[in-house]
Design a protein around this ligand. Sequence first.
Ligand code: UD1
Length: 427
Amino acid sequence: MDKIIIEGGKRLSGTIPVSGAKNAALTLLPCALLTDEPLTLRNLPRLADIDGFQHLMNQFGISTMIAGSRPEDFGRVMTLQATRITSSVAPYDLVRKMRASILVLGPMLARMGEATVSLPGGCAIGNRPIDLHLKALEALGAQIELAAGYVRAIAPDGGLPGGRYSFPVVSVGATENALMAAVTARGKSTLHNAAREPEIVDLCKLLVAMGAEIEGIGTSDLVIHGVPRLHGATYMVMPDRIEAGSYACAAAITGGEVTLKGARIEEMEATVQALRDAGVAIEPVAGGLKVASDGKLRPVTLSTAPYPGFATDMQAQLMALVCRAEGSSVLTETIFENRYMHVPELNRMGARIETKGRTAIVHGVEKLTGAEVMATDLRASMSLVIAGLAAEGETQVHRLYHLDRGYERLEEKLALVGAQIERVGSD
Ligand code: UD1
């Protein structure tokens, strides 16, 4: 298996292009199920999860075509067409590898009147149940059956009537599934306490471009007026705010100055605020965001929260950064119960982090030291890369398949701004 080798201590300087957002792409792709016309998505990131989703769509009989893009483009263009759906089953083998497969449940139900999806099961960052996805679909009029590790959703004859659902906790995935199911319902649907992450806004914008009628976009109360059918569209995936935030942490920990091309400050305000609190300068510039640090970092205190709060997907990377702060930071993870797998690995690199339940106390240290490390999830792996960039000596990061799920051409992008980083094969 491949590994990444980083020789730490190089100051990052230059421009990093930000890719299309993984978490937006993974909810835009299943929208192809909602129409028999072509859906073209531009600026798709080249990631293992996108390839996996393409494979899942092919399994349903959907044709997918990737247009050649210029070598200087980072994004890909994919046209999907669900002229005829030949299977409405998402099998265990695919769902197990890619949790986002659950997002076919809503649109498949809307299009076919039924959908069968394997239950995703546990995952490295906590239990991650799907009860809210199912309750929301039930509220829209679906009948839900659970058997043999699969969930089957069935709409009444004539399609889903639509309905009202109030989420007891904010759920990104469940909001996405409910939205995609409601757009072609026979009547009006109302979703209260809906997630309002920028990726949900991106989903709403695509659905509107396909002919959906949605009020309240960007708020936690969404009203969806069902329309009889949706049509095709061409849509550009939003920039990846988590990737941008990750590279901001990478630049800052090296005392560097980097422009994040394509990053949009308005979608990452909590991250920007946290970085400013840590003493990092961040300003919008034409077409992106400029990040600069003199390497002197201050401690921060914050909790993860649904948008517009500080994203759970940024917690590990920010933690790596404040390992080098002068003083103690207090980070609390409120979204997932088991999202500190990077802590023991960071400590092996010389960090001083203690965890007490959902809170991590990060005592800043003067230096980090390179080590062989590995992590069990995507953002945790990125936190080890960030630490490695500032560490004295060599860091080897193993289990790259996590990074490949979420960071397009990671080593190329970091090398572009002066990091000494390479990917090598190992056994
Ligand atoms: C979550 C994050 C999202 C992040 C993604 C990948 C939030 C609100 N969501 O989205 O920002 O990009 O992980 O790391 O920050 N829950 C239930 N039942 C359900 C669904 C969720 O109890 O049916 C709970 C979860 O256990 C969790 C919370 O609700 O505590 C939020 O989960 P949810 O937003 O659904 O997770 P993702 O969609 O994976």
